[in-house]
Design a protein around this ligand. Structure first.
Ligand SMILES: *[C@@H]1O[C@H](CO)[C@@H](O)[C@H](O)[C@H]1NC(C)=O
Ligand SMILES: *[C@@H]1O[C@H](CO)[C@@H](O)[C@H](O)[C@H]1NC(C)=O
Ligand SMILES: *[C@@H]1O[C@H](CO)[C@@H](O)[C@H](O)[C@H]1NC(C)=O
Ligand SMILES: *[C@@H]1O[C@H](CO)[C@@H](O)[C@H](O)[C@H]1NC(C)=O
Length: 171
């Protein structure tokens, strides 16, 4: 029984720690809320016979956004090439990076300017390639006017109070 109690204690401590981590993550959200995650091709993923020019035109890409490629395992790869010439001619030799494992690849867009991706396995010639233009982060939206009650409840102090309450309840 004593050992069960011990386990319970440790479980509670772990749960409290998890709650704390979650709340800390929430508290830090405003700083990173502008980073978007773009699933290349949306539901059509990274595959042949998707027009990625049209997909790219429907999106805007900013520094610190994420690009995620989902693809059929073993069938396709993601090769970032250096320039428009390599993109236009489907030249996969001398890549910036080359990812062919698993079924997904994620990368953060960490600079402004063009990024070019192709599939090196012949499908590039059919249009399986992507060119995007990454823009600098837009200036942050003006801070919303302070509202009396509900709005302030989500402030960092409220989150700290919630974290403390979560710890107190679980320990
Ligand atoms: C474009 O990239 C290819 C392959 O990496 C390279 O051989 C070529 O010199 C580059 N062209 C320009 C204009 O930078
Ligand atoms: C990508 O990497 C794989 C495995 O390392 C390799 O077989 C393939 O030739 C590479 N492709 C390119 C375009 O570099
Ligand atoms: C940007 O990311 C690439 C890999 O995706 C990395 O090689 C490069 O060092 C990064 N640049 C900066 C400025 O973080
Ligand atoms: C993709 O769509 C654009 C714009 O509609 C078009 O100009 C282009 O030819 C298409 N590309 C392919 C490979 O079909």
């Amino acid at each position: 029984m004593a050992s069960l109690c011990g386990l319970g204690r440790r479980g509670a401590a772990a749960a409290a720690a998890a709650a704390l981590v979650f709340l800390l993550a929430l508290a830090s959200l405003p700083a990173s809320a502008s980073a978007a995650l773009h699933v290349v091709g949306d539901r059509q993923k990274w595959a042949p016979s998707v027009n990625y020019t049209e997909w790219a035109a429907r999106n805007r890409f900013y520094v610190s956004d994420w690009l995620v490629f989902y693809f059929e395992k073993g069938m396709y790869d993601v090769v970032q090439v250096r320039n428009e010439t390599a993109y236009n001619h489907c030249q996969a030799d001398d890549p910036v990076l080359n990812w062919s494992r698993g079924r997904s690849f994620a990368m953060q867009l960490n600079h402004t300017g063009p990024y070019y991706f192709i599939c090196s396995r012949g499908y590039c010639y059919g249009g399986m390639k992507l060119a995007i233009q990454v823009e600098a982060l837009p200036p942050p939206a003006p801070a919303p006017a302070p509202r009396p009650s509900a709005a302030t409840a989500a402030g960092p102090r409220a989150l700290w109070a919630a974290a403390a309450a979560a710890l107190a309840a679980l320990l």
